[in-house]
Write a protein that binds this ligand. Structure first.
Ligand SMILES: [Zn+2]
Length: 150
């Protein structure tokens, strides 16, 4: 098994196209992009390695710390949405965790993919970070991801 690099759902290793979001899958897992200039948007796949919920939350905190240290502004978090495996549980736990982090001021805000295209927070996020437009085709209405603004 592996996880879709776009929506985070569990899929078979041999799948060339994700059966959930129809995104083409590369044969090798995407690694960190090479960045010569300041990286503002970072994609983090919480489903990598098919973790349990508590592992995924630990990874979330670790990645938030890393991103802050690297002066990343927005994390594009891939958590899946429960079509298979633990995705639904991870999504739910991540939303709760992000809400609590926003309340205590540790993140600015978060927008789940379901609301990203049409909601005001989603629109405001895209106007602050125009480079988000590059991935809007796979991100609009994608229930497997959440944007986190640091
Ligand atoms: Zn997918």
């Amino acid at each position: 098994m592996k996880t879709c690099a776009v929506c985070g759902n569990d899929i078979q290793d041999r799948e060339r196209v994700c059966p959930f979001c129809r995104s083409p899958q590369s044969s090798r897992a995407a690694t960190g992009s090479t960045t010569s200039r300041q990286e503002r948007i970072r994609t983090v796949n919480l489903k990598k390695g098919l973790p349990r919920v508590d592992d995924a939350l630990r990874t979330l905190h670790h990645e938030l710390t890393n991103a802050r240290a690297g002066r990343v502004k927005v994390i594009r978090l891939i958590h899946g949405y429960g079509s298979t495996g633990t995705g639904g549980k991870i999504k739910h736990a991540v939303q709760q965790e992000l809400a609590s982090l926003a309340r205590s001021g540790q993140i600015k805000m978060s927008v789940v993919g379901d609301d990203y295209a049409a909601s005001d927070p989603g629109k405001e996020l895209r106007s602050r970070y125009p480079e988000l437009a590059r991935s809007s085709r796979t991100d609009f209405g994608n229930p497997g991801i959440t944007f986190v603004e640091l």
